[in-house]
Design a protein around this ligand. Structure first.
Ligand code: NAI
Ligand code: HPV
Length: 390
């Protein structure tokens, strides 16, 4: 029986894929084998020694202590692209909110309640205070051409915007999806210098914290509109306050407001709704559940952010999973331990990612003694061993 702990509400369309005969799912559950979550912050949480996997039903993993997980041999997954369309649609909505005075004018219209027959005339008189601008023909700078950035760039281009994009680490998969109408730029300075709108769609990491700062604002035109549907920490609050006060930034639309943002003029605060659509929630939950199930039952790894991709067909017998430091002489030590126990390797996969290596080893034996696990674990550099018996 595998125990799954959910730290946020996960769409039931996904959770129902776990066969209940073999899985127990609860928000409070001791000795969980896997955790599935959305934005819950795990940094202060104790990780039980039973924990094998964490799946982020979504994209951003800055709420998960990745390094600590890797050290403990816990595989962390996310669900790349599963909520990208939901976010793209809200970014486009954000761009329109940044262009037309929709939020304030709708609030003003409500103040006319009680004016009876005068309302239509008052509406016509008052509307001059809320004139805006169109997005067609304006330049949108997209920073980060990943799952979301590419969809935003292509959609904005279809709305006849001039779109320029920047992503020095862009993947081939995403490059192939980018519209040929979008201009890919090598430097961030020329991109920001021409932008009427800027959308940031990059992960929050120690390197990208405060990415939009005084220096970046200096590169921008006066009256620029900024869209942040990625993470609050990507924009430096003090620099933003100054940029709004000086008129450099005409509007800041964020999915990640803090109290300071809520108080600022010309900021539209959305309560982190980018991925809150039925479609995105279902897509993310299904992907997270499928990945966790394949890992718990077969040790296969797909879409991990800290372990290498690894998948091998099962052919009966037992499966030994080993994670070790990516240093010389590990495979020979592992095979020596198995040989000494009279265990013959049928099939083996050894994959590496940065400082770690992950091995899937299939053997014919059905019952492998716990002592084998202990011996494998005692090899210097091995930090995770699991044996899946058929
Ligand atoms: N508002 C919401 O509800 C949601 C927010 N997000 C946020 O959006 C971020 C992006 O999501 P996806 O597009 O799905 O991820 P992704 O991983 O597909 O794309 C991120 C892209 O950013 C690029 N990048 C990284 N550092 C960069 C830098 N310094 N300059 C330029 N490009 C850089 C990467 O090369 C990659 O192509 C997530 O990390 C998350 O923080 C994601 C989903 C929902
Ligand atoms: O996928 C992401 O990175 C998100 O920000 C979505 O967060 P959520 O799952 O809506 O709490």
């Amino acid at each position: 029986m595998f125990k799954i702990q959910t730290l946020n509400k996960i769409d039931p369309e996904g959770l129902k894929l776990f066969p209940l005969s073999n899985y127990e799912i609860a928000s409070e559950i001791p000795n969980a084998d896997a955790v599935i979550l959305r934005s819950f912050k795990m940094h202060d949480m104790e990780l039980p020694s039973s924990l094998k996997a964490i799946a982020r039903a979504g994209a951003g993993v800055n709420n998960i202590p990745i390094e600590k997980c890797t050290e403990k041999g816990v595989v962390v997954f996310n669900t790349p692209g599963a909520n990208a369309n939901g976010v793209k649609e809200l970014v486009i909505a954000g761009m329109l909110l940044a262009s037309r005075d929709i939020v304030e004018s709708v609030t003003w219209a409500k103040t006319l309640i009680g004016k009876g027959d005068e309302v239509p005339a008052l509406i016509e008189q008052g509307k001059k205070n809320f004139a805006g601008q169109e997005i067609k023909g304006k330049t949108l700078a997209v920073i980060g051409l990943g799952a979301i950035g590419v969809l935003v760039a292509n959609a904005a281009s279809a709305l006849r915007m001039n779109v320029v994009g920047y992503d020095p680490y862009m993947s081939v998969k995403h490059a192939l999806k980018l519209s040929r109408e979008v201009t890919w730029m090598e430097g961030v300075q020329p991109l920001l210098a021409q932008a009427d709108y800027v959308t940031i769609n990059i992960p929050l990491t120690p390197e990208t914290k405060g990415y939009i700062n005084k220096e970046k604002f200096r590169m921008m035109k006066d009256g620029v509109r900024i869209l942040n549907f990625a993470r609050g920490g990507l924009v430096d609050t003090e620099s933003l306050r100054e940029a709004i006060a000086s008129g450099k930034v005409a509007r800041y639309i964020t999915d990640f407001p803090d109290e300071e943002m809520l108080k600022m003029d010309n900021v539209i605060s959305i309560p982190h709704l980018g991925a809150s659509t039925k479609e995105s929630e279902t897509n993310c939950a299904i992907m997270a559940v499928e990945q966790v199930q394949d890992f718990l039952e077969n040790g296969n790894i797909k879409n991990s952010v800290n372990f290498p991709e690894a998948a091998m067909e099962r052919n009966g017998g037992s499966r030994i999973l080993i994670a070790n430091k990516n240093i010389p002489n590990m495979v020979s030590q592992i095979s020596s331990v198995l040989a000494a126990e009279g265990i013959n390797i049928d099939n083996m996969l050894n994959k590496k990612r940065d400082d770690i290596a992950y091995n899937i080893i299939d053997v014919a034996q059905k019952d492998i003694d716990e002592s084998v696990k202990t011996k494998l674990k005692s090899i210097e550099g091995v930090f995770m061993v699991r044996i899946i018996q058929d």
